[in-house]
Structure formats: structure tokens, C-alpha cells
Design a protein around this ligand. Sequence first.
Ligand code: SF4
Ligand code: SF4
Length: 445
Amino acid sequence: MLGFAGTREWVEAQSVTGTFTTIRRWTFFALHLILFATPWIPVGGHPAILVDLPHRQVFAFGSVFTAADTIFLLIMLLFLAFSLFFFTSLLGRLWCGYACPQTVFLEAWIRPIEQWIEGDRSRRLHRGRGGLSFDLAWRRVVKWLAFALVAVVVSMAFVSYFAGARELWMGQGGPVEYTIVAILSGVFFLDFAWFREQFCNYLCPYARFQGALTDNETIQVTYFPVRGEPRGGKTAAADGRCIECNKCVVVCPQGIDIRNGFQLECIACSRCIDACHGVMEQLGHPSLVGYSSMAEMQGGKRPRFLRPRTLAYAALLVGLVVSGVAMARGRVPFEVTVNRTPGSLYTMDADGAVRNTFLLKVTSNESAPGAVTYAVRVEGLADAEVIVPEFSLQSSESHTAPLVIRLPATATLSRTIPFRVLVSAPSGEVTVEATFKTGASDGRE
Ligand code: SF4
Ligand code: SF4
């Protein structure tokens, strides 16, 4: 089939077993558990994680974040980015091989389904060479239907984080949500059925800049030429050299030969390690493919984990965590705005007092269930009479109340008097600056 670059050779990866394959399977299981279960776990009356875009709120493990908390989003994104840099500088493309959704879904669902319906690699190749037949056609159709089902399930899991899992899976989501599921499903299906490794090779930005994140001491999947070369020959098996069985090549989902050295296409999935280990173990020798660093390969030097680069990334991560925690501790879970009511700046009451009227808006982001009562007071206006109705809010509720402030006729007043509105609840206090307007009885501004 013609590929993205016009020269694609279809990769039919052979299945493999081994230590790293087992580790990856358990990792995939844990990641699936997190992906599918998180939107169903209630914390504080909301899903553990829910991104409510229409209301511009994010519910995360009992806390409610709004547009005013964008700084936390920035810190989280920086933390994720530097975590990726940190682990890449230490262990290469660990993310690609063990946790990237592309790898996880292909390895956990798509390749096993393909193997189950169309047989192992040699059968698939044999059938493909035979041209179009009924046997090939029905297997392809069933396989693609299965891929489509996986694509829909995976899309539903992702959209659950935005639309609410219960509503979406019970058929109570809106047309927008299901349209997004349909579009995502189409994209996933295209990826599963055709695009596959081309995504890593041509579209993934991480693959492009990983070279800048690694150095000579980064641990990567490597072929050991010192032990493996020269390849082949009658004594290769006895010597522990490469016997050119090609196992490490046919299991590679990227269609590359690890014996040609480090390649950008390698996603560090470690399938070739398990393949070579299976071969060499039977011959009584260690695997010729494994985890190592360039420094170790060239000079036998053990890689150092504490290097300027890794220490710098670690320091940045610690800094981000500390600042995030400090900001979270000082965060007050409600928002307050005070705006002057439209119309005249001030009015004179019958008793001669000056009256200013404001609109006080309070939005609750409290994580705990139950109503919270808010107290309002002002500072900076001597002898002020403050009139505001008492109100309570549930989490995520908003309330706008008139805030009337009267200053007695006897007071000496400036034209503009700055003051503060303080709104308090058991979870904290918010202060908003405002100004009181008068007719300036003393003529001052
Ligand atoms: S070369 Fe090995 S580690 Fe790299 S993608 Fe291929 S099988 Fe995975
Ligand atoms: S699996 Fe090992 S022995 Fe076989 S070709 Fe690859 S490196 Fe050589």
C-alpha cells in the first residue's frame, strides 16, 4: 500500500515474548485502567477529572479550577514537558515505547486483533502475496470492523474527560460530543488500519527534537557490535556473534534494523531485545541487543545518572512542584468581582447621605459539597453603612447581589475615595479594590 512518503513498505511485525514485553503489557494494563476508570471515579461530587469547556471549569481530584487559575495549567504543562525532557535525557524514548497512546493502542489491541484474525506474520505475508481472495477479503473486513470498534471505544474514553463518562456512555451526551467522538474515531481508525508507524516517522514532533534531549550517556536500545560482529559464518552461534536470524528485524514495528545503529525511527519499544534474547539464550549467550549508552559502547564507561543536564531538569521539576504547591496552598476557592451599576455614579438620599450601588458577583469553586455562606464587609470608608443581602452558594454556583454603600452627610468627602470589598468564607478571604464616588463636598478630587 502506498504510504505517506510514497515509498512505504508495509510493516508486518512478528509477535514476540520476553521480559520487556511482559513489563510493557502490565504498563499498558495500568494505563488503560487509568484512562478508562478516572472519569468514573467521583471525588467531591464530580468526576476525578473533568474538563468542562462550556463553563470554563476543570474538576481535578476534588478541586475546581477556572480561567482565573490558568497559572496552574501553565505549571502542569511545564511539569509534563520537563518530565519528558528529564526521562528522555536519562532513558531515551521511554515514553514512546511504553506510554505513548499510539504505541499502547497498537500493541495492546491492534496487533493482537490482527494476529488473531489474520494469523501470524508469515501467514499474513503469504495471504497478501496471493492477491485478492475471499479468505483475504472477509478477514480484512472483520479486522477493520474490530479496529473501528476499538477506535470508537478509545474515542469515547477520551471524550469522557470532557463530556462526563456517565452521560456519554449512557447515550445522554449532546450532538457536539458524539460528533467529536465520530471524528476522533475516524482519525483513530485511519491510524490503526493504515497510518501506524508513519505517525512516529513523519508527524510526531517529539521524534524530531529527541536528538537535542539525549547525549552520550543516555540509555537507549542498542545493538552491541563488539560482541555481534562480524555477523554470520559457521562459528557465529558458538562464538555468541550475530547469527543473522533476522528476528530483531521482523519483530520491529518501525520496520528498521537495530544493527544499523541508532535511528530516529526507533521508538525504543524493546521488542528487538526480547527477540534477540530468545535466540541467544538458546545458544547460551547474552542478547546482542539491549539497553546501553553510547559512552558505555565506546569506552565501557557506566552511564552517570547525575549529569549537568539531568540535574538541571530535576531542579526545574522540583522548582515547579514547590511553586505549584505554594500557590495551591494560598489559593482561595471562590472568585469575586465588584462593578458599579450602570447609570449615575452616586445618588443623594433624602437624609443627605451619599449612596453608591455596586454589583457584587461571587462564584464558588469550593470542592467540598454543601452550601457555603459568604460574609461581605468594606474597609477604607469611615462610618460607611453597607447593605448587602446574605447569600450562600453550592460548589460551581454563581450569585450576583446588589452592594449598597452609604456615607453620612456629615462626612468630609473627596470626589473619589478608594476602598476595599472583603468577601470571606471558611475557606479564605478575597479582597477587591473599588472606588466610592461623591459630589466632593470639600471640593477635593
Ligand atoms: S529497533 Fe527495536 S526498540 Fe527500536 S523500534 Fe524496532 S524493535 Fe523497537
Ligand atoms: S536477533 Fe540477534 S542474532 Fe538474530 S539477527 Fe538480530 S542481533 Fe543477530
